[in-house]
Design a protein around this ligand. Sequence first.
Ligand SMILES: [Zn+2]
Length: 424
Amino acid sequence: MKRRDFILKSALLTSGIAAGAVLPKSLFSAKGTYSISGDITVKIPMPIQVVIDDVGWWSGEDGSSRQEPYRTGIKRNHVPADYAAIAELGSILGIRPQAAMILCEWDKFNILRKLPNSTWMGEKWDNSKWVGPWLEEAADIINRNKKNLEITLHGVGHEYWVDGKFSRAEWASKDGTMRSKDQVERHLDFYQEILKQNNLGEFPSSFVPTAFCHAFGKTVGSNISIAELLKKRGIKYVNTPFSSMANAGSVSNRYFGFDSGLITVDRGEDLLDWNMIGVQPKGVITGPVCGMHWPNLLNADPKRNSESVNEWVKLLKPYNESAETMLATDSEQFRVQLAHFGCTAVKTEENAIEFDFVNTDSLPVSYFEDEFFIKVKSASRLTFQSNDMKILTESSFSDNSYSYQLKLKRLSAAKKGGIVAINI
Ligand SMILES: [Zn+2]
């Protein structure tokens, strides 16, 4: 490949994009990636986030045949080492898996007697069986590993009980119709109380609806959506499969939509069934979420949890080494990167990488201040420089070629467009 002279693109082009210059339509592909000459490939990688459901149960028993919760459906109880497994996965991969937690079996003072439809025992709720030193041990693991484990709101008791019988699920019925506003608020209040009882920190900023019973927007009988109620509690992001979400047709992007300002992300399909334990995960992650249930990360013998964790490490690591994807380090970075992946157009022109943020900037949430990543592959060494974008970090993402992962932040001059000059 011939050595090219370094050409810093003039600011003219930037302002041209800002003024709405017409760009080729193909730039606005839903994939958000654009590859040009054979010499250099530039991608805005799709972020992948690990989401683990049904964390929090102490009993593993599937009690559904007698109107108790499904729980995790395994033949042993849960132990603090099961929390350590989540943190271990996070620490090895440098990520913050989301632990979507159910908290009823953490209720030290039986406060859920006052919220009878949240448990199978109703007003006679008695959790004394599960109150013991393991609560502090697990809370300690969670709190010491905040960088590698994010508590995510899942539910109090997972289902919704009336006269000792449950229906799916806690926040909405099967067809996605939200439970009454009053009930939703009370369940959120009690969730917060149990977090407090156990010193588990702030109210979460993300939500996975139980049994994936959820609607995008308002449902019949409510003048407010669950997203609106969650937003008031500080929730910023909802993760659920669009295949079972009511009103999914009103989602604007392929992988995400905005519901009262909350980004709602398609979880797609999990690789394993919900109650499989000690099984080697196989398959391909095709969307932005690697969803699983707690047993999937564990072993029947908790002393061997690391074996299952390592299987997931093997499966997930290549997604960091690919130019197309990256493992999101936490859910905040995930949301930002996903928005850029879906909406920001990027292409290379001579020796510059050009961005177009018109679609990104039209989203209901502003990502202007946020940092995002690109991956660049080349046959020869490159250096980067920009007046429009701050290049915060530069690292390599694979051993095979000259591969660069850049963390970028837009500067005010590049509100609509931006250029990173490449020096070869
Ligand atoms: Zn669940």
